[in-house]
Ligand binder design. Structure first.
Ligand SMILES: [Zn+2]
Length: 315
């Protein structure tokens, strides 16, 4: 499988904290960004299989929206253990946002990957979730992947943040009361782009939406049989919901595309109350509260980049 490696610009955590503080201040009333020890992410509410998001950090973008639409390309199936080898980090802890493994599930879904991949010394651990549409009432169904399935598949497209899963220093972001128009992730990404311009900076990690509600989507369980060729048609096919805190989000973002047809930001989330999906923005600016932990990525890997591309369906 084609795989390109690109070295990202990696500022110090202290410098990044300053850039994010400045950017978020324009969009939130109450912002505190600092460098802290990563909290133990094996604990509630995160329940990750590893303690942290540090060590040999990478962003990987696999496939892309062109494999989902205009019409699905069912050859585009992937395996997270193999992806960990492609990015030269067997045993990597991987989180992020992608499409569920229809090759196993038999239907389409939102994938919320939380995986410690296999290494020489350890068997793989799959704590991923998938969110799909209840065929009975059109509501959201959130399931733990490993309760029924034992593979490490994903499909079509994925934006992933990988690391050794080590404890260490990370950037903590607290933001309350949104005063601007940008969502939490876009605001951080734009702050990075404004400051670092043509030097791409990539980040990933996790954030909690502690209070408030968000607009989210879940793809339909059936792939569209008629070609989707505009954002309007895509929005018809998607299913939109308002979902409530507390939500555990898995953001992956890069300040600027160095020429790999990237999706610049992608965030999926799960919860412990049955809601999960793709994050768009909060719908409760006055009450929303975000708490996040982020690491900068050292490398970007572009895996199986579509040769024919388009610009719709990227929101
Ligand atoms: Zn998504």
């Amino acid at each position: 499988m084609a795989c390109n490696e690109f070295s990202l610009h990696v500022p110090t955590l202290k410098e990044l904290a300053g850039v994010l503080q400045k950017g978020l201040k324009d969009n939130f009333a109450d912002v505190q960004v600092s460098v802290v020890d990563c909290p133990d992410l094996t604990k509630e509410p995160f329940t990750f299989p590893v303690k942290g998001i540090c060590g040999k950090t990478r962003i990987a973008e696999v496939g892309g929206v062109p494999y989902l639409m205009p019409l699905v390309n069912k050859k585009k199936v992937y395996d997270l253990n193999k992806i960990a080898q492609e990015i030269k980090l067997p045993g990597a802890f991987i989180l992020g946002a992608g499409a569920g493994p229809f090759q196993t599930l038999g239907f389409n879904s939102e994938f919320i990957p939380v995986v410690q991949t296999e290494s020489e010394h350890n068997p793989p651990v799959n704590r991923s979730y998938f969110a799909w549409i209840n065929p009975v009432d059109g509501g959201c169904l959130l399931e733990k992947y490993s309760e029924k399935y034992h593979d490490f598949g994903c499909a079509l497209l994925a934006n992933l943040f990988a690391s050794e899963g080590q404890p260490g220093k990370v950037i903590e972001v607290k933001a309350k009361k949104r005063t601007g128009q940008l969502n939490f992730v876009t605001c951080m990404r734009q702050a990075l782009e404004d400051h670092y311009e043509n030097k791409p900076v990539g980040m990933g990690g996790t954030f909690l939406i502690q209070k408030g509600k968000v607009k989210a989507h879940i793809m339909s369980a059936e792939f569209s049989s008629c070609p989707l060729t505009s954002d309007e048609q895509v929005n018809e096919w998607l299913n939109f919901y308002e979902m409530k805190a507390p939500l555990i989000c898995l953001p992956v973002f890069i300040s600027r595309d160095p020429g790999f047809d990237l999706r610049l930001e992608h965030t999926h989330f799960f919860s412990h109350h049955g809601e999960g999906g793709h994050y768009h923005y909060d719908t409760t600016p006055d009450t929303v509260e975000y708490l996040g932990y982020f690491s900068p990525a050292q490398f970007l890997y572009r895996i199986d980049q579509p040769k024919e591309t388009h610009s719709f369906g990227r929101d």
